[in-house]
Design a protein around this ligand. Structure first.
Ligand code: NAD
Length: 324
């Protein structure tokens, strides 16, 4: 595993959940970081702790509009996206445009600067998978006109565009396919499974499980995911490479674990299943292990405990008295 050092990185979506953790890791390892975010779902407060560092700067910009960055850049990490179903179903047009035009502008920037480029794609490119666990060679089973298509197809387009820039324009590009990731720094209104369960548990509201809860997810601790993104950036190569934790759990198991770790009295409530909700989701991570030497290190119970503590403090919601 090579340890290429980046001098100056542009992180799009840098004020979001993963972006803020990535900016922090880069600054801590001596890289200057320009965070580019329109703050649509991200929040400048996510990177407020970095504001004092002379290695860090944040600018407000919508990446679907072209932009110029003065000075040298040797890494463009493209994370900007509407990533939660809550957001991308409210803003479908913006979602597919950030998947397409946003990625194009980020690739143009990398091409102009001769920078390494990394796209954070998603396990959603596999759709409702017919192969299990999902290997990178699987082409996926995506409904191109369903309510999730703006996100899934946007990312599939972004992957194709990234490969086109690599082949035709010589951009040194890599793709990571991230699976569900959780941890501190998620917005209270994020709407994805883990923060929703934790929020409901802390407020004493019912934990809403869509459908039977027998559908599976594989949850990865944020520190492991961010390390995977940086490993591919530094190692070189195109991928795509799955980054996720293969510890597959049913949604109901995750809800029960959150109830236990928060000590909440909240009940579990079942609502109608979401359209095109994948039945199973689990990464095959053999490629990441062989190529990058990457495997997740934090097991679910430990990570969820850290997430509960971190998010309770960030959101100002105390743990129920019965908790731990
Ligand atoms: P997030 O919503 O917390 O962060 C996304 C950031 O992008 C936000 O700060 C938002 O303001 C910004 N953004 C959105 N549209 C923009 C635009 N047009 N211009 C500039 N900024 C814009 O999401 P996240 O969980 O941090 O996800 C980061 C990336 O990782 C996304 O590309 C997402 O698709 C991918 N991903 C995340 C997960 C996960 O479980 N967290 C899983 C798979 C893939």
């Amino acid at each position: 595993m090579s340890h290429r050092h980046f001098r100056r990185a542009v992180v799009t979506g840098g004020a979001g959940f993963l972006g803020a953790h990535l900016c922090r890791s880069l600054v801590e390892t001596g890289t200057d970081v320009l965070c580019v975010d329109d703050f649509s779902t991200g929040d400048p407060r996510n990177v407020a702790d970095l504001a004092g560092s002379d290695r860090f700067r944040a600018v407000r910009h919508d990446v679907t509009e072209p932009w110029e960055v003065p000075g040298p850049v040797d890494l463009v990490a493209h994370l900007a996206s509407l990533a939660s179903p809550e957001h991308y179903q409210r803003l479908p047009v913006e979602t597919i445009l950030v998947g397409g035009s946003g990625c194009r502008n980020a690739l143009e920037l990398a091409a102009a600067k001769g920078a390494r480029f990394v796209l954070t794609s998603t396990s959603e490119v596999y759709g409702d998978p017919r192969e299990h666990p999902q290997r990178e060679s699987y082409w996926g089973n995506v409904n191109p006109i369903g309510p999730r298509a703006v996100y899934d197809e946007g990312k599939r387009y972004a992957e194709a565009l990234t490969l086109a820039f690599a082949r035709q324009r010589g951009v040194d590009a890599g793709i990571v396919r991230l699976f569900n990731t959780y941890g501190p720094g998620m917005a209270e209104d994020d709407g994805r499974m883990v923060p929703s369960f934790i929020r409901s548990a802390l407020r004493g509201d019912p934990l809403v499980v869509l459908g039977s809860g027998e559908q599976t997810r594989s949850l990865c601790w944020v520190g492991d995911t961010v390390r995977g993104i940086l490993d591919l950036a530094r190692h070189g190569g195109t991928g795509p490479i799955n980054i996720g934790n293969p510890d597959e759990r049913t949604v109901l198991d995750v809800a029960e674990l959150v109830r236990e770790l928060t000590g909440t009295r909240s009940a579990i409530e079942h609502h109608t299943a979401a359209t095109d909700d994948p039945a199973r989701r689990c990464p095959d991570i053999a490629l990441a292990a062989t190529l990058l030497g990457w495997t997740p290190r934090v097991e679910l119970r430990t990570g969820l405990r850290w997430a509960v503590d971190g998010l309770a403090a960030e959101w100002g919601l105390p743990l129920p008295a019965a908790g731990r």
